[in-house]
Design a protein. Structure first.
Length: 68
């Protein structure tokens, strides 16, 4: 130590990275990745839903226009 202070065996080193900060960053990265994946799935489900609604609407229009 350059300032002459001696570190006791139980005291943490001030230059050492905090393990809780590392865990928090890892958790945030995983959560962001999961959130992005979930959002991508949500857009796919919305697309399929809207496509299905249009198919049903076209079938109903066809049925109404060709009814006797």
């Amino acid at each position: 130590m350059s300032d002459g202070a001696q570190a006791t065996p139980g005291s943490p080193d001030p230059q050492a990275p905090d393990p809780l900060d590392a865990l928090q960053r890892e958790y945030d990265a995983r959560r962001a990745a999961q959130e992005k994946k979930g959002e991508r799935y949500m857009w796919w489900y919305l697309g399929y839903f809207l496509f299905g609604i249009h198919i049903v609407a076209f079938v109903m229009i066809y049925a109404v226009t060709h009814a006797k």
